[in-house]
Design a protein around this ligand. Structure first.
Ligand SMILES: [Fe+2]
Length: 270
């Protein structure tokens, strides 16, 4: 009779064991007011078992919801990883189709992407940033699909009008990727890959650090690959001849620090 001496008082650990959750979950629920508790003079939580049991149904629902939310988050992360992988597979497949249908130079895109990856890693960029630049490198000339091949491959010198048409490809490229959510982040890099370090490039005439880093990296890689490849305009230069030209472009067309970085990565793999 009298006081409910049978009333059992639980520690946070005992409550956690009872509900099969972590002690942290119990503490979170206490802070959120979902579990009533009081504190000992030493600052430890104590929970009346009867209180806990009376709330059991609500709490179990809560725990289940948190579990689902946690699992949902895991799944989202996995999907995100898969999507990023799939995004590269899709872009590569697209470029290979374009290579066959429109003679869009897939090998050039692939080599430029490999060069920029080595450079990005060498200067210590995060893997996310490196992936973004690699993606932009794969797609850097995608805007050329809207430009006539007669102009693109014309071996004779171009008229001003034809040259102005070619100069539109970075902006056209940016507009194309703008339409695809998972590719949007490559847009500013695609747009800036023909800007020059001395500000004499296009489309915006940006100079130095105001050119996005990825755009400056792609510029070095794309020029080197252009020089060492067979094109309608010239036969391939040797690696050393191309490096000498990059050095001449350093500080003018190209970011001098990145030219050094590139030479460092090339020498290592050569
Ligand atoms: Fe280009």
């Amino acid at each position: 009779m009298g006081f409910p001496e049978e009333e059992k008082i639980l520690t946070a650990r005992e409550a956690a064991d009872l509900l099969k959750v972590t002690v942290q979950t119990i503490k979170n629920y206490i802070y959120q007011g979902k579990i009533k508790a009081f504190k000992t003079p030493g600052g430890h939580h104590r929970i009346l078992e009867s209180e806990l049991l009376s709330q059991l149904e609500t709490l179990m629902r809560e725990i289940q919801q948190d579990k689902v939310a946690g699992e949902g988050f895991d799944v989202l992360q996995q999907v995100d990883v898969k999507t990023k992988g799939a995004q590269f597979v899709a872009v590569r497949a697209l470029l290979q189709v374009l290579d066959k249908r429109q003679h869009f130079p897939w090998n050039h895109s692939k080599r430029v992407a490999d060069y920029v990856t080595s450079m990005s890693e060498k200067i210590g960029l995060s893997s996310d940033e490196t992936k973004k630049i690699e993606l932009a490198a794969l797609l850097h000339d995608i805007g050329k699909i809207e430009i006539s091949e007669d102009i693109l491959n014309k071996p004779e010198s171009l008229s001003d009008e034809e040259f102005n048409i070619i100069r539109r490809h970075p902006e056209i490229g940016e507009n194309i990727v703008k339409e695809i959510e998972s590719l949007q982040e490559a847009g500013p890099l695609i747009r800036s890959h023909h800007e020059r370090f001395d500000g004499k490039g296009y489309p915006a005439g940006l100079a130095g650090d105001s050119i996005p880093l990825g755009g400056r990296i792609i510029a070095v890689a794309e020029i080197f690959d252009g020089l060492t490849s067979n094109t309608p305009f010239h036969s391939p230069l040797s690696q050393q001849e191309a490096i000498d030209i990059l050095k001449r472009y350093s500080g003018k067309q190209l970011d001098p620090t990145l030219v050094q970085t590139f030479i460092g990565t090339i020498s290592k793999t050569a």
